[in-house]
Design a protein around this ligand. Structure first.
Ligand code: DGL
Length: 272
């Protein structure tokens, strides 16, 4: 790998598009190699061993393609990072660590976190935030269906009412019953429906960890002398075990640009 190698981005599905978009905004000279495990999404409803097996499958792909930095753009997978961080030859960044850092930097003391049920059950957000800022009050909430609904219905008229109802049910607590100073979007699928969230809860301050994550990525690349020449126009390749046409359409819809290919990759042979 070298400075012209791509930045790898992995997620169980299209959620990592919200992080890839931030890479394109803040580091437009970098190439991106994206892997979305559409055949197995959502990960948040599997157990830890299954999630680890599926994650290692994606890591293998990224190792083969010699990415210079790996962004784990899935909170569910990031919660298990201690088990696999050392398995890559490049730096590996966790979206949970980025989200916790960004939340710890806020002036507000009361933080809400909405995530998949798996992320919620591991308690990884409260732990990570308290490691940096022990004085913060952190309330975590698992959302059983929102990631799946976003993955399936993003941009589809017939899915709008379901997404709105789910957003209403999942975020009302932090906007109304137990108002927080800021709510962390602790699942990368959620920023993809930020408009809907803002519309329903205009006064709820939201935190998308992607910006902190990409800022950290930039620092790593600068420190290692691995930044791409700024005159280069970054390109994006997408690989998925899911539906290629759907991924291509959704990538465009969320505003990703310079996509040079969207290809299929065989899903991991199921061992569960
Ligand atoms: N995008 C993933 C995350 O950030 C959630 C989807 C899933 O559970 O697969 O946690």
């Amino acid at each position: 790998m070298n400075r012209t190698s791509p930045i790898g981005v992995i997620d169980s599905g299209i959620g990592g598009f919200s992080v890839a978009k931030k890479v394109q905004e803040l580091l437009p000279w970098e190439d991106i190699l994206y892997f979305g495990d559409g055949a197995n999404t959502p990960y948040g409803n599997h157990d830890a061993n299954t999630i680890l097996a599926m994650t290692r499958y994606m890591l293998g792909f990224m190792r083969q393609n010699e990415v210079k930095l790996l962004l784990v753009a899935c909170n569910t997978i990031s919660c298990l990072m201690d088990s696999y961080r050392d398995e890559m030859d490049c730096p590996v960044l966790s979206v949970v660590e980025a989200g916790a850092q960004a939340a710890a930097n806020l002036t507000g003391e009361k933080i809400g976190v909405v995530s998949t049920c798996f992320t919620h059950q591991t308690g990884c957000y409260p732990k990570a935030i308290h490691t940096i800022a022990p004085q913060k009050q952190v309330f975590s909430k698992g959302c059983a269906n929102l990631a799946h609904l976003v993955e399936t219905y993003l941009g589809r008229e017939d899915g709008k009412p379901m997404i709105q109802a789910e957003v209403q049910a999942d975020l009302e607590e932090f906007a109304v019953q137990n108002p927080v100073d800021c709510c962390v979007l602790g699942c990368t699928h959620f920023p993809l429906v930020r408009e809907e969230i803002d519309h329903l809860f205009p006064h709820l301050m939201l935190l998308d960890p992607a910006e902190e994550m990409v800022a950290t990525a930039h620092k790593y690349l600068q420190e290692r002398g691995e930044e791409r020449d700024h005159t280069h126009i970054g390109q994006m390749k997408i690989m998925t075990t899911g539906d290629v046409e759907e991924y291509a359409a959704k990538a465009k819809q969320v505003g990703l640009i310079n996509i040079i290919s969207v290809d299929a990759w065989p899903p991991m042979q199921k061992k569960w």
